[in-house]
Design a protein around this ligand. Structure first.
Ligand code: 1AE
Length: 404
């Protein structure tokens, strides 16, 4: 690939895909071309987009061809940030008929402006002291409106079951009963007590919320108060906010991205932004250390091939960017662990809310059931066999069943 160009792939339909690619290349860059005088063309040529390939997929009833087109854009057209990138390659175009943004290939001259994840998989394994198996995360269910003492009890119950991370619910904004810094301190203390008993740290992902301009300072105060991780609703705030937080040298803890709002972008086959790009490549570029996305199995399921591509975009080598942890989420219960392991491998975080808190024995047993299921998957043992040695797992399988 030319070092100085950005390659962008779209899925669209047109009578002539090549003409459409050429129109986009001009329309999204210099605006008009063939009618310009030769001197003007020479001046504008360095800024001109160029069609870079088409791949017809099917012919539609209206005789249009549906297919992939690739356009290359000069890096010089962009400032090195995601708002500039998205506006320059898909801004107005996203409203111009059936067109979906599928992928972007960025040259090192653009990517070098992005430090990316500070920790990634390797850094998080060091922090949690978990090697050779997936990590386990549980989600507070619920947070809003609960007395602080109830939240402390919930935190302890989850942690005692052996989870490696605990995250706030992403809708936890109005936290007057358990303010952000106070719960970081209180849960941090409980995590220390659990670590003293088990030898295993428990990270707490506190939901970083509030007006954008206050977030960097709030995140730094969280670090000073002993925070161990931050949860962030990236799409509501914009990728650039994550980029700013991740690049800040004083924010020295991992950042976890939540996919809230992603459903407004990806589900249509004809419009929006494909999930491997939206929740994969761009989250990594912006600096997420852990990336939540809908698993292929739950009630907000993602198409399986997209989920696998998304996870690949997080874990395959990408220039100098560290690899964030894939966190396939939503509707996860212990019976799904073998399937998760088969699909996403050892480098993933198994994440559950209802699948932990809904255990008939409570959240501690819910977490224990997952720990047993993960150990079994990582050691090639069936859930049925593992359940003979773990009553919490046996109870979970009786409630939710095995892998579907
Ligand atoms: C895709 C996001 C999943 C999430 O945030 C969440 O709260 C899942 O909860 P459960 O595990 O489905 O209860």
């Amino acid at each position: 690939m030319n070092e100085e160009r950005i390659l962008v792939t779209y899925l669209t339909q047109a009578k002539d895909l090549e003409k459409k690619a050429a129109a986009i290349a001009v329309g999204m860059t210099v605006g008009s071309w063939t009618d310009l005088p030769a001197a003007k063309q020479a001046e504008l040529r360095p800024y001109l987009g160029e069609p870079a390939g088409t791949e017809p997929l099917s012919v539609l009833e209206n005789s249009e061809t549906r297919g992939l087109i690739t356009v290359s854009y000069p890096v010089r057209n962009f400032t090195k940030d995601i708002p500039s990138l998205l506006t320059g390659i898909f801004g107005k175009l996203s409203m111009d008929g059936k067109i979906k943004l599928i992928d972007v290939q960025l040259p090192p001259s653009f990517t070098s402006a992005f430090p990316g994840p500070k920790f990634g998989i390797d850094g998080l394994r060091e922090l949690t002291k978990v090697h050779g198996r997936p990590l386990l995360m549980s989600i507070f269910k619920s947070c809003l409106g609960l007395p602080f003492d109830d939240l402390k009890t919930q935190f302890r119950a989850q942690a005692q079951g052996g989870v490696n991370l605990i995250k706030d619910d992403e809708i936890f904004f109005a936290d007057d009963r358990a303010p952000f810094l106070e719960r970081i301190a209180a849960f941090g203390q409980i995590a220390k007590e659990i670590e003293a008993e088990t030898g295993k740290p428990v990270l707490y992902a506190a939901n970083l919320t509030g007006p954008s301009h206050l977030l960097p300072d709030k995140a730094k105060r969280a670090v000073e108060a002993g925070a161990t991780c931050l949860l962030f609703n990236v799409l509501a705030y914009g990728f650039d906010m994550l980029h700013r937080l991740a690049a800040d040298p004083d924010i020295t803890i991992p950042i976890m991205s939540h996919p809230a709002l992603a459903g407004a972008y990806y589900p249509s086959p004809d419009y929006g932004i494909a999930t491997p790009l939206l929740l994969g490549k761009l989250m990594r570029l912006a600096g997420a250390d852990l990336v939540l996305f809908p698993s292929p199995y739950g009630n907000v399921a993602l198409d399986k091939s997209d989920a696998l591509k998304l996870a690949d975009s997080l874990t395959e080598p990408h220039q100098t960017l560290k690899r964030p942890f894939p966190v396939p989420s939503a509707g996860i219960h212990p019976g799904l662990v073998p399937q998760l392991y088969a699909d996403f491998g050892v480098d993933q975080v198994v994440n559950a809310g209802g699948g932990i808190h809904g255990h008939p024995g409570g959240a501690t047993d819910g977490a224990r059931a997952f720990v047993a299921a993960i150990d079994a998957a990582a050691n090639g043992i069936s859930l049925e066999e593992a359940a003979k040695h773990s009553e919490p797992l046996a109870i979970a399988l009786a409630k939710w069943g095995g892998a579907k």
